[in-house]
Design a protein around this ligand. Structure first.
Ligand code: 4NP
Length: 152
């Protein structure tokens, strides 16, 4: 069977989803799991930009380099390319679902914090304005562990 594929989605694709991409890639590697992981934004506001400096610095604290990533917008073709589309908040979810063509597309979309028992239904807060990058890291670290458990 083909390796599972996962797309992390936030608004700008410079803070939360690049961090989620980096964390899941690291965890998959550490568990010897082959997974294709990418990320995208529901906006094109930062297209081709590096992740936010603060996101890169937080990830460096955890020895994860995300400086190879570049922002890109989510597109309808992503529903064909990815098995799992994990969004950070309810606004991301509504924006992604507005591009879904059918129930199969819709079924791929999940709030990332719905994985694990602690934070179901909640959003990963946008750290762009309030600098909460460490909190975002902790939330994503927990959720990525719980998501990986569903693949094992
Ligand atoms: P992200 O954060 O969605 O986690 O990448 C944001 C990045 C940029 C903006 C908002 C949120 N912005 O308004 O430019």
């Amino acid at each position: 069977m083909a390796a599972p594929s996962v797309l992390m989605v936030c608004l700008g694709n410079i803070c939360r989803s690049p961090m989620a991409e980096g964390i899941l890639k690291r965890k998959a590697r550490d568990s010897s799991l082959v997974i294709f992981v990418d990320s995208a934004g529901t906006s094109n506001w930062h297209q081709d930009e590096l992740p936010d400096e603060r996101a890169m610095a937080e990830m460096q604290l955890h020895d994860i380099d995300i400086s190879n990533q570049r922002s890109r917008p989510f597109k309808t073709a992503d529903f064909d390319k990815f098995d799992h589309i994990l969004v950070m908040d309810s606004s991301n979810k509504a924006n992604v679902l507005s591009l879904a063509r059918n129930a199969k597309d819709e079924a791929k979309v999940h709030m990332i914090l719905d994985f694990g028992s602690e934070k179901k239904g909640l959003s990963v807060p946008d750290p762009y304005y309030d600098d909460g990058f460490n909190h975002v890291y902790e939330l994503l670290d927990y959720a990525c562990d719980a998501f990986l458990d569903t693949l094992k």
